[in-house]
Write a protein that binds this ligand. Structure first.
Ligand SMILES: Cc1ncc(COP(=O)(O)O)c(C=O)c1O
Length: 352
């Protein structure tokens, strides 16, 4: 077989998933929700598994109307995807050819680079400065006549920082022939969105997910929000059954029962996050105050030693690759778990 050279020459994206047993470890390494979705959602899933028609292909019915009300856009401006990873895939496949490029600030979410690689297009990366502010000028200067997509991750994973909405609008205005693809995976934690710009700018494309605040990454559901004409192009790429029915059943119930995920978001952002920041300050540990449900921490004595120590004590955090090798990224959990983290990590500095 002759593998396309673009594929043959690239590596596999393998997040460190091995051994992530939630019964064995406190999981703070994947920006997941610390709680399963509410009981109402799990009951809806149970009922679907027992009484639903698993032998029938998925049919999405009026779900995009329900989702459209949550997002405040008409259903024609929505495309459901198998996780927002598939959103990235269909948008990039629709717009990129070999010889064209995508411009993005790095470090950022790895799937963008991986997907550009599979297409054989060019990935132009613009480094974040030391303060992790969005490198707006660098991005503008990196765009060239072959650029088809400018990616903005708001807030960015792993830095936690956002591009100001005025800068997103400036990019939409200055580069009308490029898509400005805004990944809002962590939208529910910040409440900040650029969606109001969709009426004015047809080159805006937004990605969202049910994997973070909605807590169903295992079921894989994301969505693309864009002008109807663009959604119709994406529909040619996404398979008619790519989103499974269990994800849809859970999402329907989640949108009906929004109180519990909203309360959890308030708890994480209003209590766990300030408590973690306070703890780190008290122990003189540098951290970057990101806007989402995770923080980048720069422990004294290096990240590798701290990550291994925490793992030994039953807590998983995520070590970062260069240029962030001195940091680990940790997700917020409820206060009872945060207190355990404070105890364990506190002992790391002053062993008893
Ligand atoms: C910025 C960003 N975009 C997209 C995703 C992918 O999410 P999904 O589970 O919907 O594929 C993630 C997951 O961590 C992310 O951090």
């Amino acid at each position: 077989m002759r593998i396309r050279s673009a594929i043959a020459n690239m590596g596999t994206y393998k997040p460190p998933l091995e051994g992530r047993n939630p019964k064995e470890y406190l999981l703070m390494d994947f920006n997941e929700s610390p709680e399963p979705p509410p009981l109402s959602v799990r009951k809806a899933l149970q009922q679907y598994l027992v009484e639903g028609h698993l032998q029938v292909y998925p049919h999405y019915g009026k779900f995009t109307e329900q989702l459209g009300k949550y997002v405040s856009v008409p259903p024609e401006q929505l495309l459901l995807t198998n996780g927002s990873d598939q959103g990235i895939d269909v948008v990039l496949r629709c717009l990129l050819d070999p010889g064209t490029n995508l411009v993005m600030a790095m470090p950022g979410f790895t799937m963008f680079k991986q997907t550009v690689g599979t297409i054989g297009a060019d990935f132009i990366e613009v480094p974040y400065p030391a303060d992790f502010e969005f490198p707006f000028e660098g991005i503008r200067q990196a765009v060239n006549p072959q650029t088809r997509i400018i990616v903005v991750i708001n807030p960015n994973n792993p830095t936690g920082t956002s591009a100001p909405l005025e800068q997103v609008e400036s990019l939409l205005k200055e580069f009308p022939d490029c898509a400005v693809l805004v990944d809002e995976a962590y939208y529910e934690f910040t409440g900040q969105t650029c969606l109001h710009l969709l009426n004015q700018y047809p080159n805006l494309v937004v990605l969202r997910t049910f994997s973070k605040a909605f807590a169903i990454p295992a079921l894989r559901l994301g969505y693309v929000i864009a002008r109807e004409e663009f959604i119709n192009e994406l529909l040619k790429i996404r398979g008619p059954y790519d989103v499974n029915m269990a994800a849809l059943v859970a999402a329907r119930a989640l949108l009906q029962d929004s109180q519990s995920w909203q309360e959890l978001v308030s708890h994480l952002m209003g209590e766990s996050k300030p408590a973690l920041e306070q703890f780190l300050k008290e122990h003189g540990v540098r951290f970057y105050p990101g806007e989402a449900n995770f923080l980048l921490v720069e422990p004294k004595g290096g990240a590798t030693a701290a990550v291994s120590y925490l793992k030994e004590k039953g807590i998983l955090v995520r070590p970062m690759r260069p240029p962030l090798e001195n940091y680990f990224r940790m997700s917020l959990r409820k206060m009872e778990d945060m207190k355990l983290f404070f105890k364990v990590f506190g002992d790391y500095f002053s062993p008893i």
